[in-house]
Every structure is written in C-alpha cells, then in structure tokens.
Design a protein around this ligand. Sequence first.
Ligand code: MRU
Length: 343
Amino acid sequence: MNIIRPIQLFEDTVTILDQTRLPREEVWLELVDYRQMIEAIKMLRVRGAPLLGLAAVATVILAAIKYISDDDFVKKMDAVCWEIDASRPTAVNLFKATSQARKILHGSINSREAMEGFRKLYTSLYEYEETACQRIGINGAGLFPQSKKLNLMTICNTGSLATVGIGTALGVIRTLHQDHEVQVFVTETRPLLQGSRLTMWELQKSGIPATLITDNMAGWVMKTNTIDAVLTGADRITANGDSANKIGTLNLAILAKYYNIPFYMVAPVTTIDSSLKSGSEILIEERDPGEVSSIGNQVIAPEGIEVFNPAFDITPASLIEGIITDKGVFKPPYQLDKFVLWG
Ligand code: MRU
C-alpha cells in the first residue's frame, strides 16, 4: 500500500509534509522550534486527529530541547502544554497527548529523564496509531460481503496524511480495495478542501478508483448510485457514541439515514473521549471567516459580510450504524465509558 509518513522526528528537528500545499507541491518542512510546530497545527499543515496527537508530542519534544537546561524547565514545559492545548480544541488526541506529556513531566526526576519519557511516548503512540489503522482496516472490511462491488462515500481526509498508517475510514477503503472492486465518492469538503486536495491525491497515488463530488451533490449521488456505505473519520467520540468530525459529516449522516445507507464512524480508540457523556459537551473549533469567503487566494464573497465557519459538526449516535475501531466494531447503544482506552 502507498503510505505517506507525514511526520518524522529526528534528534533535534521534526519534519512534516506541509498539507496546505498539496496537491500542487510536496513540500517538506524542517521545524526546529516548538512554536513552528504550533503554527503548523493551527494552519493545518499537520492535521487529522491521530496525527494531531503525534504532532502534540513532537511539539513537546522540540520545546524540551529548547528548555532542557533551564532551572524552570517544569514551569516552562507546563506552559508549552497549555499553548498546545489552545491550538485546536476539537480533536481529543491532541489533549490526550499533552495529558500524557504532563504526567511524564511531573513524574520525572529531572529534564533529561522527562525528555527520555517524551521520546518514548512519541514512539509508543506512533506504533500504536500505525497498528491501529491496520486493525481498523481489517475490522471494517469484515462488515462487507465478499466479492461484491462496493460504492462508498467519504468526507475530508482520513488517510495516511491524517494518521501515520493506512488511515481510518480510508484504511477500511484501502483494505477493501485489496479484494473488492471499489468505487469511492469523495466530497470536496469545503472550506479547506481536504477531500479534493488530500483524499483524491492519496487515492490516486494508491490506484483506488475515486470520483470527486462537491459537498452539495452527496444526496443526489446517494439516490442515483446505490451507495453501500458512508465511512468517515472522527475527531472526538463521546461515551454515548456522539461523534465530532469535519463539518458536513452530519449532513452525510442525515442523508444516509434517509436513503437507508449504513453510516460508519471510523477511528482508533485514542479518539474516544469517555470523560464526556454526549456530543453537547464537545467544543467545536471556529476558524477564520476568510476560509469561507475565499478559496485559496481567490475571494468569492463581498468584503465586510457576516461569515460563520465551524470546522466540525457532531453526528448524533442515533445516526451511526457502527463505530469501527482497532478494538472492534461497536454497535448501538454505545456505552464507551465502560471501555479501557489508551491515554
Ligand atoms: O480540520 P482537519 O483537517 O484536522 O479535520 C480532520 C477530520 O475531520 C478527520 O476526519 C478526522 O480528524 C479523522 S482523521 C483520521
């Protein structure tokens, strides 16, 4: 399978594939300062819930390199963890990562031991997420009958670019593609076009048949193309199964219910936040209005207008046929608080 590793940690630097430049150009950035990592997270140069967990740990490591000899190492590193937490509020993976980093920070006898702990955390999380994607692929593919041509729909990007493995929803699609004829309908995912820019790029590279549609075509495509399932990723899944994901996911779930199409959330258990009872407790990120009133550098709306730009929405558990994870496929009623979770 054609896997991209969008983040790489070295001794003193972190290298990331700048996802804002895709698909026009593949630009790798070498980051040396933790603030560059925070900027990269905010600007979506690195993005996607599992990758955000890793990016958070990488940020902690760059900060620890900078502050390792400082007397107030613990105080400074605590402040860095808060800065990371303030970068993007919705994906729980980022918060689980900083919470683990804080535990290491406060449980270490000195900065060197803390640094060792942060690096171990990065390696174990990396390995966890990579393996989780494989398991998710197998668990998800098991839901579909053998030897059937499958028409699938997805939104945003849930592939290697959002993880460090084969992907979540895209991991299921990749796994199915190994022994099924698969056709994927990808919604472009306004405003930042992760579907058209990133998912179409990944699917094309992997030779998986895919068709790009605009977000508002989804209903018509479901009506006219016998879609077998909608598979999407998640940024935070609460104990009752409500799931936050890229804005537009809720629309797909409602349409899928109307057309009797199974709608699956696909995520590693690191994306489950069992401390929250329901989706109403999830904080939804609101981003710069300019992302809606322009496409790339092209302004597409009059200046000075009101714009609303929530980056995520919450799909209620009642619309979700199953939650495909690395620990198995959960079916309703979801009781994810009973589950032992990473982090
Ligand atoms: O704003 P983004 O691009 O970080 O949003 C990403 C998504 O919504 C993904 O679907 C989600 O993080 C799952 S990635 C496996």
